[in-house]
Design a protein around this ligand. Structure first.
Ligand code: SF4
Ligand code: SF4
Length: 309
């Protein structure tokens, strides 16, 4: 489609059991309008191509040091790559024998994505699965995503869109909604001031979009599932969860999901040379089952069934 905003794709993951019902392929889009401090996909934040370095995979052969014309690589640099010097020529990526240096994000056409995911249709059919669009934020590219979803539906493949809710509602309704079977919708922080502090934007648009979508979902054409990630001392506070659960209850929402905290985001940020606030990095541990049960009770006390992922 002419003039369509072209996304970068981070990865297409097959045989996923964690991104919706059944066996699914997951298409990860690069770029997100939020910048959550705990993001477990930090490579998906920017819409542009990046370079990633994994200290764990590096075998210290120094091949990359010899090819870099910008002298951007140095063992004495704790992040290994000086991103101010690097011009993203990716010559080091080409020669790295251990794949410790990798290019993050590549252009793919709708046809290329369909070719990759449609071959797994038999697995989707036997398991009640399909294709999930994740990120990053797929809704940043409404026309491209709409075209992709349309093609998936033409192939009789179930579609699920994961979203942070920060989108233009009319674009979403026009391009994406007609071809979407399920929407997983993140509600992270109810207090707009805290949302701005920890996610980079205020949340009025996100809450408004959720309300509009919930009303439309009552016709039964698609399933809308709100989800809240449980981030220690940020989103898992009683105050936040009570506010979100009350908001959902008042709308008439009967089901929600709580996502347990994944501390692996910290290492991923290091690979991309992203500095992490010390206050946040201290939350680097898995959550206790008692804490998760306490969070669930806040929802169930309000008549909302909770599924934990
Ligand atoms: S991408 Fe190019 S400039 Fe950047 S570190 Fe690698 S070789 Fe050097
Ligand atoms: S080429 Fe790869 S494995 Fe060798 S030193 Fe560079 S990053 Fe490490």
């Amino acid at each position: 489609m002419k003039g369509m905003k072209q996304p970068l794709i981070l990865e297409i993951k097959g045989n996923s059991l964690d991104d919706g019902p059944g066996i699914r392929s997951v298409v990860f889009f690069k770029g997100c309008p939020l910048s959550c401090v705990w993001c477990h996909n930090p490579e998906s934040k920017k819409t542009v191509t990046e370079i990633s370095f994994s200290a764990r995979d590096c075998i210290g052969c120094e091949t990359c040091l010899k090819v870099c014309k910008k002298q951007a690589l140095s063992k004495s640099n704790p992040h290994y790559i000086d991103r101010d010097k690097c011009d993203l020529c990716f010559e080091c990526v080409e020669v790295c024998p251990a794949k410790a240096l990798t290019r993050v994000g590549k252009e793919m056409t709708v046809d290329e994505i369909i070719n990759r995911v449609a071959s797994d249709k038999p697995f989707y059919n036997v398991s009640g699965g399909g294709v999930t669009l994740s990120g990053g934020e797929a809704t940043l590219f409404p026309e491209f995503v709409g075209e992709l979803l349309k093609r998936l539906k033409e192939n009789e493949i179930n579609t699920l869109v994961e979203t942070c809710g920060q989108f233009n509602f009319e674009d979403f309704k026009k391009h994406i909604l007609p071809f979407t079977d399920m929407i997983y919708y993140d509600l992270k922080l109810f207090d707009s001031r805290l949302h701005k502090k920890y996610c980079g934007t205020t949340n009025e648009n996100i809450l408004e979009n959720f309300e509009k979508l919930f009303r439309l979902s009552q016709k039964g054409d698609f399933i809308l599932l709100p989800r809240t990630p449980l981030i220690p001392n940020i989103t898992d506070t009683d105050e936040n969860l009570i506010s979100i659960a009350d908001f959902l209850k008042n709308l008439g929402v009967k089901r929600s999901e709580l996502l347990s905290y994944n501390p692996t985001w910290f290492e991923k940020n290091q690979k991309l040379g992203i500095l992490v606030d010390e206050e946040i990095s201290e939350t680097e541990k898995w959550q206790a089952q008692e804490k998760i049960a306490h969070c669930e009770k806040i929802y169930t006390d309000r008549g909302i069934k909770v599924r934990q992922e």
